[in-house]
Design a protein around this ligand. Structure first.
Ligand code: C2G
Length: 131
């Protein structure tokens, strides 16, 4: 049988246990996990601030995780369907803060939303370190 490719997307800034868990659970849904890491420009447009770690640092961190087989830079939210085709994705995984938002891809891949890890976020960590 052909291998199952899982794809997921995110900024993964100030890498934390919530990120690791969603990546590990995503990897369990297939044979190969591909991760689209948001570019600095995309992050700025989504969150109105620059990430703590640059795009190159975030790519280096994510690509060195055990569950991750391949990374690429996600330049635009509009390109989701192109990325799914380009990386031959069978399953698209996102945390459930994105629930419903990627259903428009369900003709290309199975779309799965996994529950977020409670009580941890990059924004809360930045606030905590600041205070
Ligand atoms: N996540 C999680 N639990 C947390 C925090 C994050 O499961 N406590 C998950 C998110 O649901 C997401 C992934 O970790 O699936 C990456 O989170 P972010 O870096 O915040 O990603 P985001 O900026 O939402 O980018 O095309 C989609 C976007 O690029 C997603």
């Amino acid at each position: 049988m052909a291998e199952t490719t899982v794809i997921t997307f995110g900024t993964f800034d100030v890498l934390h246990v919530g990120h690791i868990r969603v990546l590990n659970r995503a990897a369990e849904l297939g044979d190969r996990l591909v991760v689209g890491v948001s570019s600095d420009a995309l992050n700025f447009s989504k969150k109105g601030r620059n990430p703590v770690f640059s795009q190159d640092e975030r790519l280096e961190l994510v690509s060195n995780l055990k569950s991750v087989d391949q990374v690429f830079v996600e330049e635009s939210l509009e390109l989701k369907r192109d990325y799914l085709t380009q990386y031959d994705a069978d399953v698209l995984v996102m945390g459930d803060d994105w629930a419903g938002k990627f259903d428009f891809c369900s003709d290309l891949a199975k779309v799965v939303y996994l529950p977020r890890t409670p009580s941890i976020s990059t924004t809360a960590l930045i606030e905590h370190i600041r205070s």
